[in-house]
Write a protein that binds this ligand. Structure first.
Ligand SMILES: Cc1cc2nc3c(=O)[nH]c(=O)nc-3n(C[C@H](O)[C@H](O)[C@H](O)COP(=O)(O)OP(=O)(O)OC[C@H]3O[C@@H](n4cnc5c(N)ncnc54)[C@H](O)[C@@H]3O)c2cc1C
Length: 461
């Protein structure tokens, strides 16, 4: 094993000779995303990053560079076999501005870091559902949030950012400063540089939130969908539900799950939940009053601790929650998950008010999927490598079915948000009519394709 390079940085570098530290730094949310790099750099200051990049790009041949923050992608976009990982874990500072209108977040922060600081100052930020997702990975690919009904996508709430470009320049970007770069990072993923700082809009926190889950016997599926369809006609931006298909211990029978979220006092939540408790009877009812988004972001911790390590997430977007599509997917899911090693594969239909997604137009940012929509997520979970292919086949065929049915019903194809892409989709499906501009900007900001992993955009010179 060659010695790690001695670079004048404040951070550290790990190699396979570093023992447990290296092993720990290899870990990802999904074992499917683990690869063994030659070097893992942990910058302790933003000024470390240009030095690391300069080292990587000056090697002959240049060494592959990837950036890791939350490590939650099931595709290995933040991992490298034999290359160099820049692990942003130490750059996680969060500062709420004095006027509480904005929050400065370093590029390696997780949403848990942001929610923890935000709750001290009584503000909310449009972030991910779970604390362990990174701010950068979430925002650069879209950002579906519990606050989305009110404030749109996470990336619509970025005020400014600081980016380290492939050539090592540190560039500030906003609507008025380097606006091309600002446009490209909002939906173009990791293809334009390493974001080392975001300035995000902050909003006054709501006083309390009631969130949790209710679980129903499988025979209630049709009744529950009817109640959801009724609720969906009039629900406000403060109420969101997700309809889930999951099997629960000990016998892993199919169950229907409702993930609940209502902001406001408990009395209001009780009113919203009434038909979900009265017309149908949950066999488990775990909704509770929680003080802030930090607490809400931990609601599913126990679920994630009990799932197998081979996780595979993919999603589709739909114009409506079509009852016949939901029921067909339910049948397919029940059948597929009879296999022991696929028991914990689950499906979630997320229902937020979709109007704010399309306040920004398709060409206003690089994020193209601006028709009003709902998201459907398929979480594949298995223990055995021998099950990987069948899980992948199930996920692909199900998302394709959902997308096709929606297009048939509406005559319109909504595309695929980068947030829930795998990497093998057609670039046109992800970026739509923004692709030509993205390719020109790739040539401007990363002409030698240093960012060669992720959803790669080919430069157009
Ligand atoms: C369990 C689970 C729940 C999820 N929930 C949500 C949700 O509520 N809403 C939603 O919209 N999405 C959600 N996602 C999707 C998630 O937001 C994306 O997969 C996101 O890209 C993950 O980012 P990460 O940093 O955590 O992961 P990583 O694997 O570390 O990174 C993902 C990509 O972002 C790049 N990247 C990371 N940091 C930087 C940086 N500082 N600068 C440039 N590029 C960077 C990486 O190189 C990689 O290409 C969820 C995913 C999972 C697995």
């Amino acid at each position: 094993m060659s010695e790690p390079p001695s670079l004048p940085i404040q951070g550290t570098v790990l190699t396979s000779s570093s023992g447990i530290e290296y092993i720990k730094a290899l870990q990802r949310f999904s074992d499917l995303a683990i690869l063994e790099p030659k070097y893992i750099f942990l910058p302790s200051a933003i000024s470390d990053i240009p030095i690391i990049l300069s080292y990587a790009t000056s090697q002959s041949p240049p060494i592959e560079v990837v950036v890791k923050s939350g490590g939650t992608r099931s595709s290995p976009w933040a991992s490298s076999k034999g290359g160099l990982v820049i692990d942003m874990a130490r750059l996680h500072n969060v500062v709420v501005s004095q006027d509480k209108q904005s929050v400065k977040v370093q590029g390696g922060a997780l949403w848990g870091d942001v929610y923890e600081e935000a709750m001290e100052f009584g503000v909310h930020v449009v972030g991910a559902h779970f604390w362990f997702i990174s701010v950068a990975g979430f925002l650069l690919s879209g950002g579906y949030s519990r606050l989305g009904g009110d404030h749109g996508l996470g990336l619509d709430n970025i005020l400014a950012a600081t980016v380290v470009l492939a050539d090592g320049r540190v560039v500030k970007t906003s609507a008025t400063e380097e606006p091309d770069l600002f446009w490209a990072i909002r939906g173009g993923g990791n293809q334009f540089g390493i974001v080392v700082e975001f300035v995000l809009k902050a909003f006054p926190a709501m006083p309390s939130i009631t969130a949790g889950s209710m679980v129903y016997h499988e025979t209630e599926i049709k009744n529950l969908i009817n109640i959801i369809q009724n609720w969906k006609k009039t629900h406000t931006v403060d109420e969101r539900m997700a309809l889930g298909f999951s099997r629960i211990a000990p016998h892993f029978k199919p169950t229907v799950m409702l993930m609940t979220y209502v902001s406001g006092d408990t009395a209001r939540a009780e009113k919203v939940f009434h038909p979900f408790r009265d017309t149908v009877k949950p066999i488990i009812d775990r909704s509770a009053s929680l003080p802030n988004l930090f607490a809400v972001s931990h609601v599913a911790d126990a679920n994630f601790e009990s799932v197998p390590n081979r996780a595979n997430l993919q999603g589709a977007i739909v114009s409506d929650i079509w009852t016949d599509t939901v029921l067909e997917v339910w049948d397919r899911w029940c059948k597929f998950t009879e296999n022991d090693d696929c028991h914990q594969t689950s499906i979630l239909w997320e229902i937020d008010r979709p109007e704010k997604i399309c306040v920004a137009g398709k060409a206003d940012t690089a994020f193209h999927a601006r028709d009003p929509h709902y998201t459907v997520l398929i979480y594949g979970f298995n223990h055995l490598p021998t099950t990987d292919d069948s899980i992948q086949a199930f996920i692909s065929s199900t998302v394709n079915y959902i997308r096709k049915e929606d297009a048939l019903k509406t005559g319109k194809y909504l595309g695929i948000p980068l947030s829930y892409a795998r990497g093998d989709e057609a670039p046109e499906d992800i970026f739509g009519t923004n692709l030509p501009r993205l390719r020109k900007l790739k040539a401007k900001y990363d002409p030698t394709n240093v960012w060669s992993k992720g959803f790669v955009i080919k430069p157009d010179f």
